[in-house]
Design a protein around this ligand. Structure first.
Ligand code: SAM
Ligand code: SF4
Length: 379
């Protein structure tokens, strides 16, 4: 599997918690930016003629904020420059405050066959407090426009004054409106965002409260027929997102646009976060990469385990051995011994026990230590 990620860095307003690369005051640059993006697509397409891509993902920022003709243009360019699989999954992130009938028509014409809608919460006062540009009615309107389409809904937990009833209302609304996939993200108070002061002031729920809310959300989602296939992702069976699954399976992807990262041909690289610099590089026919690293073997092994353990599919011991030519037990003997109480081994598949999935970082620590030991031994 391989994916294409496209970053659209424009938003109508900056939400109080968000530190993604997205500009609330630069929409007049959209046309010039997209011209560069088409050019970068061509550069990458020429380098990756031997690949077939199974997924395309328009993320941001708010891809649904820019005029839809640019999404159509980007898709035309992608079809021209890359080999796409027959059943390619094409997702577009959408903010309910930026959508209308004709936009949806253009997206469908462009080949978008999956939408990811940022609802966050079904409580209007909380939406306002987060600096969201929409209310609950806008979400219902957006989902009506998407009737019969495959769409996912983003929900946030750990918000100021959020109760379990609020979370239930949010999940129930998304379910009622026909969302086949729901992502539940715990609010990360990023340093430098306005919400960080709420965090410092102790106004946000603490870790234990958020963990309890997560369990509550998970149980409700499962009751409603959504299965957890990754820590934050729940889907009606058959509606799992392929694009993100590819990340967790350590599949390859190419990222295009400002701040986009890639993992392809054994290298990880990231584009510049500076809009002017991005455009200057691309206009002059250069890549806009600012960091590039070859992934060393111990890191690759650790990533394979860490990413696999995030999902219900876990890590196949056989796949590990086929990929790295050595058994996982030999490489991670100490970590497996230390984490034995948190892990399940069924046949060939290693998974984290259900109840520890949410606190997996501590489970993964011994694996990281073993990988670091391998790194030292290699030096
Ligand atoms: C790029 S946005 C989705 C599309 C659109 N920009 C929007 O917000 O409606 C991706 C998602 O990341 C989540 N997110 C962003 N910042 C976050 C944070 N600091 N903590 C937790 N989730 C966050 C939100 O749920 C958001 O919907
Ligand atoms: S609309 Fe989405 S990308 Fe834009 S600021 Fe809000 S959360 Fe971030």
């Amino acid at each position: 599997m391989a994916g294409i990620y496209i970053h659209i860095p424009f938003c109508r307003h900056k939400c109080s918690y968000c530190d993604f690369v997205s500009f609330p005051d630069k929409i007049d640059m959209a046309e010039a930016y997209m011209a560069c993006l088409y050019k970068e697509l061509k550069i990458r397409g020429d380098q990756l003629k031997d690949y077939t891509f199974d997924t395309v993902y328009f993320g941001g920022g708010t891809p649904s904020y820019i005029p839809p003709k640019f999404i159509l243009g980007a898709m035309n360019q992608i079809k021209k420059c890359f080999n796409l699989a027959k059943k390619v999954e094409v997702t577009l992130e959408l903010n309910p405050g930026t959508i209308g009938e004709s936009k949806v028509e253009t997206y469908k014409r462009a080949g978008i066959n999956r939408f990811s809608i940022g609802l966050q919460t079904a409580i209007d006062e909380q939406l306002e407090d987060l600096g969201r540009i929409h209310n609950v009615r806008d979400y219902v309107y957006a989902t009506n426009l998407l009737k019969g389409e495959n769409f996912s809904t983003d929900v946030m937990i750990g918000l100021k004054e959020q109760t379990k009833e609020d979370v239930a209302k949010t999940i129930e609304l998304a379910h009622r409106c026909g969302s086949k996939h729901i992502s539940v993200y715990a609010l990360t108070p990023e340093d430098g965002t306005p919400i960080y002061s709420d965090y410092l002031n102790g106004e946000l729920p603490d870790e234990d409260e958020v963990a309890e809310m997560y369990d509550f959300a998970k149980n409700l989602l499962e009751e409603k027929g959504y299965c957890r296939y990754e820590v934050s992702n729940f889907a009606v069976p058959g509606y799992e997102g392929k694009h993100n699954l590819n990340y967790w399976q350590r599949g390859e992807y190419i990222g295009v646009g400002i701040s986009a990262s890639s993992f392809i041909k054994g290298k990880r690289f990231t584009n510049t976060f500076d809009l002017d610099e991005y455009m200057k590089c691309i206009i002059s026919g250069h890549e806009a990469v600012i960091t590039c690293e070859k992934v060393d073997l111990p890191t690759a092994k650790f990533e394979f385990i860490m990413l696999g353990l995030r999902t219900k599919y876990g890590v196949s011991l056989k796949a590990y051995e086929e990929k790295f030519g050595v058994s996982i037990v030999k490489d991670f003997e100490k970590a497996l011994r230390e984490s034995v109480d948190y892990l399940n081994l069924e046949g060939d598949i290693l998974t984290i026990k259900e109840e520890y999935l949410y606190v997996q970082n501590s489970v993964l620590m011994p694996f990281m230590e073993d990988a670091q030991r391998m790194q030292v031994a290699e030096e």
